[in-house]
Design a protein around this ligand. Structure first.
Ligand code: MN
Ligand code: MN
Length: 505
């Protein structure tokens, strides 16, 4: 556990293994000392701007310069970290700079830090939240299966305590912000843990057990449907996708009630615990990271956990379909026709377009209860090539979508809207069933997958988030290691918070 504290200490005397101090990007590519940086440089006896400039440090986000203090400071080492131009050094810059600074923690157990003052006085809370969130996202390690604390390219983090020196800021606001940032990072890192786990340890039954644990800890209602109940309930999509695996499918229902008699948000997420493609077996290297195909469902579990931890005044019904898409002897075939919850039929053209089949059942089931809004999160495609920094959102309500996009921007977990042109529905016309799961013409795209799901939202205002782009990184970048990112849990949680503000209980 890494603990954060807001303390009124002096920069030169702060006892720490590492002191982290911000610097802005000033004019003429010259750095400008941020809070405490000039004071520390004075104690070190260096000309800070000249030293940093000589080492190529201009104060941009990602610029860092570290030096030993040789007994001249209370801290053993000091790290100057760029946060970009002063006028832009808001929460987004602080979050990103903190995330990148985490790579320089090395063996530090105790860290002291000052936060940029550029966004004061109103935003000590936001700056502290962004800092704690960024540092914890950057310091994240997945060590469940590590047995050796030191391996080539890997060393277990030693960080235990982070003290934010609050001279010149509102200490209570900083302390509150640190708590918020810690929570947001913990939720995100919990999703990363679930997604990074070996898929042999995250079967549908394992994830149902995880949901039960979550429900028990946070007082959520929880029920789990197994195969006989799924059969009785007509969940042909979940059963069809799951029938090729010896790990049987499950449907988990979770409910959070913080909003009294107010409206209900319906949430679902794709929970394919491993996607081999089924009989349309994946032949590309993509199959190597298909444990990540349950990132949508994991995200929704974390949103419920977050709603409970923050005590949000909203009501949420979540329905999470879990299945493993395998090519066993009982696997569904291309050409099979399945009957979804609610009675619509789908012709399976491609068993690798399985996520939409289970999400369709979940959407239809949720829509029966007429929630105020329906949101699904699913790793269906590459989000139309938006790239690893952006998820895609499509749906039937542009106002809701613009609020979600804004929430993502605020949360540092951004997305982008794609269109849903109804004329393309004709490509999903089937010769034998109500709809086919992949288009008859053209590529199977993010838009076509959303077009398919739209059929099952029952006229309820609906948003579909395709996080196939952001949920899992095949290569490290921007402070993220290879693996799960937890996206879009921070965006969606921020959207739920905003929705609660607009719909007071
Ligand atoms: Mn697939
Ligand atoms: Mn899939």
């Amino acid at each position: 556990m890494i603990g954060f504290e807001a303390v009124p200490g002096s920069v030169p005397q702060a006892p720490a293994d590492l002191l982290i101090l911000p610097c802005y990007a000033g004019p003429d590519s010259r750095p400008e000392p941020g809070r405490g940086a000039a004071e520390a440089a004075g104690a070190l006896g260096i000309d800070l701007v000249a030293t940093l400039t000589a080492h190529g440090f201009a104060g941009q986000i990602g610029d860092t310069f570290a030096t030993l203090s040789l007994g001249r400071l209370g801290a053993a080492s000091v790290l100057f970290a760029g946060v970009g131009p002063r006028e832009q050094a808001g929460p987004g810059a602080v979050r990103q700079a903190a995330m990148l600074a985490a790579a320089h923690l090395a063996g530090s157990v105790r860290v002291a830090v000052t936060l940029p003052d550029a966004i004061r006085p109103e935003n000590d809370h936001q700056a502290a939240a962004a800092f704690a969130e960024g540092l914890l996202l950057g310091a994240y390690q997945y060590d469940r299966y590590r047995r050796d604390p030191v391996m080539p390219g890997w060393r277990r983090t030693a960080l235990a305590r982070v003290e934010v020196l609050t001279a010149g800021s509102d200490q209570a606001a900083v302390a509150g912000g640190l708590r918020r940032g810690e929570r947001l990072a913990a939720l995100t890192n919990w999703v990363r843990d679930l997604v990074n786990a070996s898929p042999s340890d995250t079967t549908p039954d394992d994830l149902a057990a995880e949901a039960r644990l979550l429900a028990g800890e946070h007082g959520l209602a929880c029920s789990v449907l197994t195969v006989p109940e799924l059969t009785a309930g007509g969940f042909g999509g979940i059963l069809g996708v799951g029938q090729g695996s010896r790990n049987e499918p499950r449907l988990v229902e979770l409910a959070y009630r913080g909003g009294g008699d107010g409206p209900v948000i319906g949430l679902t997420g794709k929970g394919i615990t491993f996607d081999s493609g089924g009989l349309n077996l994946k032949r590309t290297s993509e199959i190597e990271w298909m444990k990540s195909d349950m990132a949508g469902a994991a995200t929704i579990m974390a949103v419920l956990r977050g709603a409970a931890e923050f005590g949000l005044p909203v009501n949420i019904d979540a329905v999470l379909p879990f299945a493993e898409n395998m090519p066993g002897g009982a696997a569904q075939r291309p050409g099979d026709v399945i009957t979804h919850r609610g009675g619509k039929t789908s012709e399976i053209r491609d068993t690798d377009s399985e996520g939409r089949l289970i999400v369709a059942d979940a959407l239809a089931y949720l829509a029966e209860r007429k929630p105020a809004v329906l949101v699904d999160v699913a790793t269906l495609t590459d989000a139309a090539g938006l790239g690893e920094a952006l998820w895609a959102v499509l749906g039937t309500d542009d106002q809701l979508i613009s609020e979600l996009v804004e929430a993502g921007r605020e949360a540092g977990d951004p997305g982008w809207q794609l269109p849903l042109p109804l004329a393309y529905r004709r490509y999903l016309a089937s010769a034998v069933a109500d709809i086919r799961n992949t288009p008859s013409e053209g590529a199977d795209t993010t838009v076509m997958a959303a077009m398919y799901l739209r059929e099952f939202a029952g006229g309820v205002p609906w948003m579909h988030i395709d996080n196939g782009s952001t949920a899992y990184l095949e290569r490290p970048g921007d402070g993220w290691p290879e693996g799960a990112t937890g996206s879009p849990v921070r965006a969606l949680l921020r959207w739920v918070e905003r929705w609660a503000e607009q719909h007071p209980a």
